[in-house]
Design a protein around this ligand. Structure first.
Ligand SMILES: Cc1cc2nc3c(=O)[nH]c(=O)nc-3n(C[C@H](O)[C@H](O)[C@H](O)COP(=O)(O)OP(=O)(O)OC[C@H]3O[C@@H](n4cnc5c(N)ncnc54)[C@H](O)[C@@H]3O)c2cc1C
Length: 477
């Protein structure tokens, strides 16, 4: 469809102010925080394939009318809310439309009896957490991107927060939701503490990254907020594999401190100013909930950890982490690493306990050999389960400031090693950032024989393939 006609039709649905063709607005809404894009932007190179416009509906009916129109004309759409994607998940198609949900913001209902809150997709998580704290509650959901992310994006990416060992990921926190299918149909999956009425349809939309529909509203669990009850402790522990074995024992025995973070010796020195002896890992623990339970968890894990030769470092490193854990969000657009001539980023994977230590060691051994410009690679475990844990690799590589187009190749050569070593050992290639467009090529291997079911879902819900092309699915017709 001709661009002028497209814009006029969309304005007819959401009004004059609901459609922007301003180059700066389009560029801002196309911005993704993956490391090599940050490097490119530092060099003044911005995302080129331009969306025709940004459409910002005010409510579910407008989302429905917009999608019905786009679907009937087979015009590609990329949903977004907070825009904190780090996977190329929000980059639009040439001539397509950015469907921006961030104008749909606010708390629709707080239900203190049923311990849940219903919020619109564009509600900033930070606003929601402050709103709840003032009333004595918390979401229990603290991704590092808390100052940036919004509810729709959190659900769409299967986000996880730093207190996940107690509260779980967003998939555990979602009580019910409303979504608009690509053909404009509005569906509501009702709130329920649990039910047995067929497969759980919430989980089709949680993690769908905008490929199966647009999430317009979510009902989330809430918890009593009592930070004064916290038990906190830091320990040093020798060796990453020994540290992982300690985490395994803690979770196997049934202990669930909200925060469980094991930083390898490189991160311990680089990010925490070496509170532990050289070559040691730093373990940060925080338990919360009712005071007696938090204290009992503290006593229990302390006893287990002594068997692993830990040294108690007190609470200071935990307090330091708590205070600075979201600082990186304020630095994102300052191009700090570009100015140093470096690409820096993270990549998170997960695996069973029996494999995770070997994946960590293989990645640290292979990347310096295979990526000549690698400056550093390190990692931590920050989300643990009875069956395994994640490793969040943090890496930096030198890149030529005058040749920003080479950054992507360097970046992907690090990612390739992480993906290969993870898949080789039966791990999962994305623990919480999602596939986006940059991990799609590994999706067939990740999903194996179940990948075809994902396609059947995609073809059933989005037969014209208009929603977020290139994400999760390798070749949508
Ligand atoms: C500094 C930093 C730290 C981060 N830390 C964490 C972390 O601790 N844990 C974590 O899980 N993630 C983290 N992330 C990644 C990111 O913040 C999360 O993926 C977050 O959930 C994205 O929310 P958003 O509102 O910004 O979504 P967006 O960036 O707007 O979109 C993300 C994806 O969801 C889709 N989408 C957005 N809204 C909708 C909707 N309403 N309906 C359907 N699809 C939609 C988009 O198409 C896109 O594919 C971090 C990112 C940054 C930059």
């Amino acid at each position: 469809m001709e661009k002028t006609k497209l814009i006029a039709e969309l304005k007819g649905i959401v009004g004059e102010n609901g459609v922007s063709t301003d180059e700066r607005v389009i560029s801002d809404c196309s911005k993704d925080y993956i490391g090599f894009r940050q490097f490119e932007r530092g060099a003044g190179k911005h995302w080129e394939p331009k969306a025709a416009c940004v459409v910002s509906p005010q409510n579910t009916s407008e989302v429905s009318a917009v999608l019905r129109f786009l679907n009937s004309h087979k015009i590609p759409a990329v949903p977004r809310t907070g825009g904190s994607s780090v996977t190329l998940g929000v980059e639009p198609q040439e001539g397509g439309v950015i469907l921006n949900g961030s104008k749909m913001s606010g708390v629709a209902a707080l239900n203190e009896t049923d311990m849940c809150v219903t919020v619109c997709a564009g509600t900033p998580l930070e606003y929601l957490e402050n709103y709840l704290n003032k009333r004595g509650y918390t979401t229990g959901h603290f991704p590092q991107s808390l100052p940036l992310a919004q509810v729709g994006g959190l659900l769409a990416t299967r986000s996880i927060g730093q207190f996940s060992t107690l509260y779980g990921g967003i998939e555990d926190l979602t009580v019910g939701l409303e979504a608009v299918l690509p053909d404009g149909e509005i569906i509501r999956i009702k709130n329920s503490p649990r039910r047995s009425v067929g497969p759980d349809l919430r989980q089709i939309f949680v993690g769908s990254e905008g490929t199966l529909g647009f999430i317009t509203e979510a009902t989330l669990k809430i918890f009593r907020y009592a930070p004064e009850n916290r038990w906190m402790r830091a320990y040093s522990i020798q060796g990453m594999k020994n540290g992982l074995a300690a985490l395994r024992e803690m979770t196997a025995q049934g202990f669930r401190p909200a925060v469980v973070r094991l930083h390898d010796p490189i991160e311990t020195e680089r990010d925490f100013g070496a509170p532990a002896p050289q070559g040691y890992c730093l373990l940060l623990l925080l338990a919360e909930g009712p005071k007696t339970i938090a204290a009992a968890i503290g006593e229990g894990v302390d006893g287990i950890l002594k068997e692993f030769g830990v040294v108690d470092l007190g609470v200071k490193p935990v307090l330091h982490w708590l205070e600075h854990r979201n600082d990186v969000c304020a630095d994102l657009d300052k191009y700090k690493y570009y100015r140093l001539g470096a690409i820096a980023d993270t990549c998170e994977i997960s695996a069973p306990w029996s494999e995770i230590g070997d994946i960590y060691e293989a990645v640290l051994e292979r990347t310096p050999r295979e990526v000549p410009s690698l400056v550093s690679i390190a990692g931590h475990s920050s989300h643990s389960y009875a069956q395994g844990t994640n490793i969040y690799f943090t890496f930096g590589a030198a890149a030529d400031k005058d040749k920003p187009e080479t950054a992507r190749g360097i970046y992907m050569s690090v990612i390739r090693v992480i993906m290969e070593e993870t898949l080789k050992r039966g791990g999962s290639i994305a623990h919480h950032h999602g596939s986006g467009k940059y991990r799609t090529r590994w999706m067939p291997e990740e999903h194996g024989s179940s990948y075809g079911v994902m396609y059947r879902l995609k073809n059933a819900l989005d037969p014209n393939g208009i929603m977020n092309k290139g994400v999760i699915f390798t070749d949508v017709k």
